[in-house]
Each structure stands twice: as C-alpha cells, then as structure tokens.
Design a protein around this ligand. Structure first.
Ligand code: NAD
Ligand code: MG
Length: 405
C-alpha cells in the first residue's frame, strides 16, 4: 500500500490521480492533499479519502475550510495548514511514500524541494518547477536520493522505452547525467488548438479558441501552452534535465493523433516508442506503480480503428515559442526560469484578455533578451526565485505599454 501526497488535488492531474486511487484502493491511499481555491471539491476529496493533512495555498481561506469540514462530521478531521509553509509540510508529510506534483506553475517549486529534502519519491507533473530550477532541483535530488518519476506523457513514454534497455537498472533518473546509449529523443506534439489554422489567422485567435484542445482535457494554462507550442518547448528543457540529452538531439514532431507519446533513438539506430490513447491516467498510474505494471480495464489500443498515424515537422514561424524555449534551454542557468515566468505571466494576461495571443512570444522574447546580461550560470534557489519575480514584473510592465508590431 503506497501512501500519496497529492499536490494540486483539485486540478486536472490531481483529480485523475484520485480517480486512480479509487480504482486501486488496495494499492494506494491518500495521506495529504493540497489545493488552491476550490473548497467545494477539496471537501468532497477530504470526505472520500480521509487524508491526515490538508494544505491550502491561500491562508485567508483556512477558516472557511475548517467550518465546511466541521459541518461534514468526519470521523477524524485532518490537520489543516496553509500558505507556502503549509504546502511544504504536506509535501514532506512523514507517512507519504510518493508525492504527486499537480500544482501548476513555479508555485510548485518550494513544495517540490521540500518533498525532495524529505527524501520522498516524486511523480512529476509540475514541469515548470524543473524547468525554472533545474540547476537547483537536480543537485537536491542527488543529495537526497529521491526519484523523479515523470508523469508528463512524453517523458513517461521515454522513461518506459528506457526500461527496455540494458542500462534500465542503472539509469540514473533525472540527474542531468547523459543516459548511456540514448542518441536522440523525439517528442511528439498534437499541435494544440491551432494545429489546423493558417499562421495568418492566429491574429484572430481568442481565449475560447486557445483553450479548446483537440486531444487532451487539461488545465487552462497548459492548454494555452499547447496552442503556442510553448508546452513542447518546456518539455524539451524538461527532457534535457531528466535524461541529460543535449538540445541538438531533442526534436519535436507534430503527430496529430497523439497515439505515439514520444520516441527514443538508441546507439544502434533502433527507435523505441510508447503508444496509447491520449489519457493522462496511464502515465500517472505508471509513476504510482513503477516498476510494476498493474492490470487495468482501460480502453485498449486498436490501430486498425485509427487506420493511420501521421507526422510532420512543426513550423517555427507559426510557433515562435518553440525556438524561444530551445534558446533559453541552451543558455541555461537562470534563463529557463525567466522564460518560464515570462510565459506564466503572459499566459495569465492573455487569459484575462489583456493581451493578444500573438503578444505572448513577444513578451517572452523581450524578457529573455533583457535578462541575457544578468544570467547566472549556477544559480541558487534565491537567484531562481528573484529572476522568477523579476520576469513576471517585466512582462506586466512591458505589456501595459503598446508592443512593437
Ligand atoms: P490545473 O489548473 O487543472 O490544476 C492546478 C492545481 O494547482 C489545482 O489544484 C490548483 O488549485 C492548484 N494551484 C493553482 N495555483 C496554485 C498556487 N499558486 N499554489 C498552490 N496551488 C495552486 O492544472 P493541471 O492541468 O492539472 O496541471 C498541473 C501541472 O501538471 C502543470 O504543471 C502542467 O504543466 C502539468 N501537466 C498537466 C497535464 C494535464 O493533462 N493536465 C499533462 C502534463 C503535465
Ligand atoms: Mg506533455
């Protein structure tokens, strides 16, 4: 019986994790939950899973949560904590064996580090944390011996493919050390909401357009990232940190059906791929059950139903976020933190309808350009946090004046 701490339990990753726990009650139980603002759903989750601790991001909501839980007359009320400190307590909760990081954005950084310092294994969904703070997170993993199991479907696919190689036992997960014999990674991308749009039509893109993903149902931020292909750009940096492959050997392929979740090319030129319907429950389950495989009744893949799988190269002119991510990854140090924070802030402004979809890459590029002279190659946690704040402020300030065409 594995005990889970689920960070961001009310989100897309969080709720799918809890569905898995309900499907396998003899294998998994929940000891800690954390959430942002959705108290109604959180209370239902507490009632169903009876965790030992519940953390809220916003301390101002704690008394309301307490009242709502008291009204439920639970056999045992969980300990209630809040704020960054509370999130870190839940992430490092002593009875937890594995921490699922389903918080969106760099807000997940401190709880992730708290879990690592407590020696917990992690199911990493919250990619922004690794992207912003790879140079801090990787040494912390090395010190603590925590394992980072990838929940992102592409990185799970790579991880699953690597299980079939001779060095699977010794594959040092996510230490940034090159994985022996791994020559190239191909990350597949659905192409997002604008896959079938002409580049010229993106000038007309609305929030409703950008938040309707053709293949996956996810939180709003990552759905916009998929539309701009920034999600794939972030995943390139994530793959670099997880598998130690240099940026010249990580490629993006548009694969509209989202059946092949990514591929690895090995030293002898053999290519391995992992296939499945686009459903995040499978990569999440594999994090939870690894190294075992659990029997599920889930829909089985039938390629004859599909008939064909297609592939094409992404158009860098249509998706400028992709090249911005490669450049930031190659620059390293604090640059990916700036890229990530500028993107988070720009996407938030876009979702509030204060900037246009096409302004997102312009703001990110401006932030990265401005940061170039201040880049720290070996940043501390404080450097990363400071750059994250700086980039958000820079994007807010820059977006309030008219942007160059
Ligand atoms: P979501 O918006 O659906 O859920 C986010 C969760 O984090 C919610 O529980 C929310 O309450 C909480 N949260 C939001 N802001 C917070 C803050 N400031 N402090 C603490 N908690 C906060 O997002 P999601 O789609 O589940 O994505 C979560 C993470 O997983 C992201 O990093 C995303 O990139 C990654 N991911 C998601 C999917 C997917 O299918 N949804 C796939 C791959 C990776
Ligand atoms: Mg992904």
């Amino acid at each position: 019986m594995k005990a889970l701490s689920v960070l961001g339990s009310t989100g897309s990753i969080g709720t799918q994790t809890l569905e898995i726990v309900e499907e396998f009650p003899e294998r998994f139980r929940v000891v800690a939950l954390t959430a942002g603002r959705n108290l109604a759903l959180l209370c239902k989750q507490v009632q169903r899973h009876q965790p030992e601790v519940v953390a809220l991001a916003d301390p101002a909501l704690l008394s309301e949560l307490r009242e709502r839980l008291q009204a439920l007359n639970l056999p045992r009320c969980p300990e209630l904590v809040a704020g960054n400190e509370g999130l870190c307590q839940a992430a490092a909760w002593s009875s937890a064996d594995l921490v699922v990081t389903g918080i969106v954005g760099c807000a997940g950084l401190l709880p992730t580090l708290a879990a690592i310092e407590a020696g917990k294994d992690l199911a990493l969904a919250n990619k922004e944390t690794l992207i912003a703070a790879g140079p801090v997170v990787l040494p912390a993993l090395e010190r603590s011996g925590s394992r980072l199991l990838p929940a992102d479907s592409e990185h799970s696919a790579i991880f699953q493919c690597l299980q079939g190689t001779p060095w699977a036992d010794t594959a040092r997960l996510s230490t940034g050390v090159p994985t022996p014999g791994l020559r190239r990674i191909q990350l597949t991308a659905s192409g997002g909401a604008f896959r079938d749009w002409a580049a010229a039509d993106l000038a007309k893109a609305t929030v409703a357009d950008a938040t309707s993903h053709p293949n996956w149902s996810m939180g709003r931020k990552i759905t916009v990232d998929s539309a701009s292909l920034m999600n794939k750009g972030l995943e390139v940096i994530e793959a670099h940190y997880l598998y130690g492959v240099d940026y010249d050997h990580i490629e993006i392929v548009i694969h509209p059906q989202s059946i092949i979740h990514s591929m690895v090319e090995l030293a002898d030129s053999s290519v391995l791929a992992q296939l499945g319907w686009p459903d995040m429950k499978l990569p999440i389950l594999y994090c939870l059950s690894w190294p075992e495989r659990l029997e599920t009744p889930w829909r089985r893949l039938d390629l004859t139903e599909l008939g064909q799988l297609t592939f094409r190269a992404p158009d860098p002119a249509k998706y400028p976020c992709m090249d911005l991510a490669y450049s930031a990854g190659r620059a390293g140090g604090t640059m990916p933190a700036v890229l990530n924070a500028a993107n988070e802030q720009a996407v938030a402004l876009f979702l509030e309808e204060r900037i246009h979809f096409l302004d997102i890459p312009k703001l990110i590029e401006a932030a990265c350009d401005r940061h170039r002279n201040d880049l720290k190659a070996q940043p501390s946690l404080d450097d990363v946090l400071a750059m994250d704040q700086w980039a958000r402020r820079f994007v807010r300030d820059t977006s309030s004046v008219p942007l160059a065409a």
